[in-house]
Design a protein around this ligand. Structure first.
Ligand code: UDP
Ligand code: MG
Length: 318
């Protein structure tokens, strides 16, 4: 099994030599592996450290240098785009994750899982980092229906097919399991080690939680409605239109039987507003349907994914 280990690097120069040592020690019994390090526009000596290990071990170490700091998700995406492994393992470059967990995760892949997610049970971060993260994990699990304790842990192993089809925007690398679930990935969770940061600084603060929650809206929409947006817009549109219509109907009946003025009632305006809002939502749903067609058909994307084909000549389309 060819393995690609992908690591995003932003100002981690003290960590790089150690990271390489640990990864190569763990991988020494594996025959085919590559270690792709993506320099995300570091402003320290990270790039020099990366070139050193690339020179030392050109067989395994590959380095991608981005032109500026694009963020962890983009760095991961660049690494994955250039990875050739059948299995891709993502790991932070700051040594908070432990490369020694990788073989155990690969065993799970061998058992037939498509995605093995690390769970930092004994997470070594401050409470102010852990608490928002615990809450976010609960919300994400609830909303996406993929029950994981630790979405934020970068250390995860992916079978190639479930990660290469996913386009990553914003802070979305943490949502790969939820997105992979929509293409039918088999997912499991394993305990992994976690260490306090020894060198360098964490790059994020609390503002990340807000971004994560906003991304969650996108992920929920994409995973539940991306190929049928009219169900979401049209569903609420139909409901609102019906409520508006019933209010107007009620007013009309009052007018006919009890001669109570329709226009004088404040409910008249409310009824009309709700009815129109519902109508507009349905129209938006139709527009979204057009966009969806443009999205799927321009990229020749299928609305289904195949796990395997038997007795066909072609390879399964990913
Ligand atoms: N990172 C990156 N680009 C950025 C910020 C971070 O490539 O703009 C990398 C960083 O070098 C590290 C990983 O992403 O390898 C996780 O970052 P950090 O340890 O700061 O975050 P946390 O552990 O809190 O998730
Ligand atoms: Mg970290």
């Amino acid at each position: 099994m060819y393995l690609s280990i992908v690591s995003p690097v932003y100002n981690e120069h003290d960590n790089i030599p150690l990271l390489y040592q640990e990864v190569s020690a763990v991988m020494k019994d594996f025959s085919e592996w590559e270690f792709i390090l993506v320099d995300d526009g570091s402003s320290d000596n990270s790039m020099e450290e990366l070139m050193k290990i690339a020179e030392k071990d050109p067989k395994h170490v590959k380095v991608i240098a981005l032109r500026r700091n694009f963020g962890q998700t983009a760095a991961i995406a660049a690494g994955v785009d250039h990875a050739s492994g059948e299995v891709i393992v993502l790991i932070d470059a700051d040594l908070q994750n432990d490369p020694a967990d990788i073989p155990m995760m690969l065993e799970k892949i061998d058992e037939g899982y498509d995605l093995v997610s690390g769970w930092r049970k004994k997470r070594q971060d401050t409470l102010s980092r852990r608490l928002p993260s615990t809450i976010a994990n609960k919300i994400i699990s609830r909303v996406t229906g993929v029950d994981l304790h630790d979405y934020g842990c970068t250390l995860k192993a992916y079978r190639r097919e479930v990660i290469t089809g996913i386009r990553l925007y914003g802070e979305m690398h943490r949502f790969i399991p939820a997105l992979a679930n929509t293409v039918g990935a088999r997912i499991c969770e394993v305990d992994v080690n976690h260490h306090p940061r020894r060198f360098g600084k964490p790059k994020y603060g609390l503002e990340r939680t807000a971004k994560v929650i906003l991304d969650l809206f996108t992920v929920k929409f994409l995973s539940s409605y991306a190929n049928k947006p009219i169900y979401m817009f049209g569903g609420s549109g139909l409901m609102l239109s019906t409520v508006g219509f019933l209010i107007l109907l009620f007013l009309a009946i009052r007018r006919i039987f009890w001669k109570i003025s329709v226009v004088a009632s404040p409910w008249f305006n409310v009824g009309i507003m709700i009815f129109i809002l519902g109508f507009v939502l349905i129209m938006m749903g139709l527009l979204a349907e057009l966009l969806t067609r443009a999205y799927y058909e321009s990229q020749n994307k299928k609305t289904y994914t195949i796990r395997s084909l038997t007795n066909f000549d072609e390879e399964p389309a990913s």
